[in-house]
Ligand binder design. Structure first.
Ligand SMILES: Nc1ncnc2c1ncn2[C@@H]1O[C@H](COP(=O)(O)OP(=O)(O)OP(=O)(O)O)[C@@H](O)[C@H]1O
Ligand SMILES: [Mg+2]
Length: 244
């Protein structure tokens, strides 16, 4: 990890309650720009909950209360930012590929269309750029008009990554993006994450040891997230906690 890396997201004393249930307990963490930050830890410890606080997906849930702050490039995302604007800058890829029941082309340009881009040539350009970035252009370029639902799971997930990239976010959140995939597709997504970190800041929830190794930073424990510590340090800490 480059210790000098600029912090893209700064989390300060973040607490999240689902009704009476205290799910995140005082998380403080810096997420550096242009790095992959891996979140690891046992089921139910709050990885998905934490990830969703970074683009305010929890706002959609009833009875959620959040204390503390999350800053993106210094701006408080809960105080100073509109949620729609925020989600343009912080995109999310889910565990299960979730293409829309539309053509491959319409999936990729969905976000840009919502953002008001109407020009066909411009949409085609965005589609090609995004599919290339997601390392799936060659596989799909001759079937852009076909339904996205006809793709394999690995292709669907790369399509969903392309759909996220199409709106040019700064940050990409990935919640176990390879858990539904075979080893070859998993390898492709991992390689893709390595490529993307040049241009994007990536936060990924993963059980996969290889993805953890790709990341300079990780941090989550049974008790909640720990300050972004290096993987090896975390692994021994987690092992102690689990053993204890
Ligand atoms: N919408 C919700 N309402 C109430 N409690 C919830 C809600 N979502 C999650 N929780 C609880 O918050 C805790 C953290 O859940 P979360 O889904 O963040 O865990 P996780 O680390 O992502 O687990 P996994 O590895 O199984 O995906 C769990 O105890 C869970 O039951
Ligand atoms: Mg989860």
């Amino acid at each position: 990890m480059n210790e000098q890396a600029k912090s893209k997201i700064s989390v300060q004393d973040l607490h999240l309650y689902y009704g009476q249930f205290h799910a995140l307990k005082g998380i403080t963490m810096e997420i550096p720009e242009h790095e992959i930050t891996a979140l690891i830890g046992p089921s139910g410890c709050g990885k998905s909950t934490f990830l969703k606080t970074l683009n305010r997906m929890n706002d959609l849930e009833p009875n959620v209360r959040i204390e503390g702050s999350v800053r993106l490039d210094g701006a408080d995302i809960y105080q100073d930012m509109d949620a729609i604007e925020l989600r343009k800058r912080v995109g999310m890829v889910f565990q299960q590929p979730n293409p829309f029941p539309k053509s491959i082309f319409e999936n990729v340009v969905y976000g840009p269309r919502i953002n008001g881009i109407r020009n066909k040539a411009e949409l085609e350009e965005i589609c090609e750029r995004s599919l290339r970035q997601a390392a799936i252009w060659d596989e799909l370029k001759d079937r852009l008009g076909k339904s996205a639902l006809g793709l394999s799971g690995g292709q669907q997930q790369r399509l969903c990554i392309a759909r996220t990239l199409a709106v040019e976010p700064d940050v990409i959140l990935m919640d176990e993006p390879t858990s539904a995939l075979d080893p070859i597709s998993t390898g492709k997504i991992e390689e893709l994450a390595m490529q993307l970190k040049k241009d994007y800041t990536i936060v990924i929830v993963t059980h996969c040891s290889r993805t953890r190794r790709m990341s300079g930073r990780s941090g989550i424990s049974r008790e909640g997230l720990v300050n972004g510590s290096k993987c090896s340090a975390f692994a021994s800490q987690a092992a102690r906690q689990l053993a204890g």
